[in-house]
Design a protein around this ligand. Structure first.
Ligand code: APR
Length: 239
């Protein structure tokens, strides 16, 4: 399809996007994340209280992640880049969107495969599959202490302004696999321009504002259906 201007398709994803890759969601497992209370392993207080537990927790998550693969949903999002200018905004800290080949990915809650200096000026370092583990004593070449590059509860979300600007420019907005329980990520839907179509793909959808088109399916099934619908809209002659 010869498109000079590709419509801007903004897709906001949550843990449900990675469920079919075998990565557990947060609120489907009764509030425990891999047998831990989220506030013990993903909050600023938890990290101050027991940094060794937090480092060990994210080490285990990285070992799980390198064994996981992007799923058909991640690939469907990449395929949509043929006809749309696709921007992904994700609450997920995994790198499955990147590994699937998505061109534009903004992480609101950090990135599991990266670490950063604890003190400013913050420097971020990428880990590799053969170097996944950190401890409270891990330091960079300048001797500066390192921590997981994760936005903990009780911490600011540095990328939220960037994400809001992206959503403001969306021609189509899609939310996938999130319980919409955590802010400010859940507020992104409020920044869509009037008249822009909004879709929500989730097998157990949370309540949404009027006008949102809900597709109560998994990410892979829902994206297959949505891709067909969006492409059929694109192929219709402009009014
Ligand atoms: N496909 C699509 N969605 C799915 C699938 C699937 N196969 N399986 C489950 N879901 C949906 C669930 O119905 C639920 O609505 O994924 C959503 C997961 O919700 P949460 O576990 O609350 O995850 P999320 O919304 O991403 O959590 C937000 O909370 O714990 C913090 O920082 C953490 O980023 C996380 C944030």
């Amino acid at each position: 399809m010869n498109q000079t201007h590709k419509p801007k398709l903004v897709i906001s994803t949550g843990a449900g996007m990675s469920a079919e890759s075998g990565i557990s969601t947060f609120r489907d497992s009764g509030g425990l994340w891999e047998q831990h209370n989220v506030m013990d392993v993903a909050s600023a207080d938890g990290f101050a209280r027991n940094p060794e537990l937090v480092h060990r927790f994210y080490n285990a998550r990285r070992h799980d992640l390198v064994k996981a693969q992007p799923n058909a949903g991640h690939r469907a999002i990449v395929d949509l880049e043929k006809d749309f200018d696709v921007y992904v905004i994700t609450q997920n800290v995994d790198d499955l969107h990147e590994r699937a080949g998505s061109s534009h990915v903004t992480h609101l809650h950090g990135e599991l495969m990266k670490v950063r200096t604890i003190d400013p000026p913050y420097r971020v370092y990428a880990l590799s599959p053969d170097n996944l583990d950190t401890t409270p004593e891990s330091r960079d070449a300048d001797g500066r202490l390192l921590r997981p590059h994760i936005v903990f509860f009780q911490e600011a979300v540095p990328e939220i302004e960037t994400a809001i600007e992206i959503v403001r420019e969306a021609d189509i907005f899609v939310v996938i696999g999130t319980s919409m329980a955590v802010y400010p990520a859940a507020s992104l839907i409020n920044f869509v321009r009037p008249g822009v179509p909004v879709y929500y793909i989730d097998p157990r959808p949370a309540p949404t504002p009027a006008g949102v088109k809900v597709i109560a399916k998994t990410a892979s099934e829902g994206l297959a259906e949505l891709s067909r619908e969006l492409r059929s809209i694109l192929s219709q002659p402009p009014l």
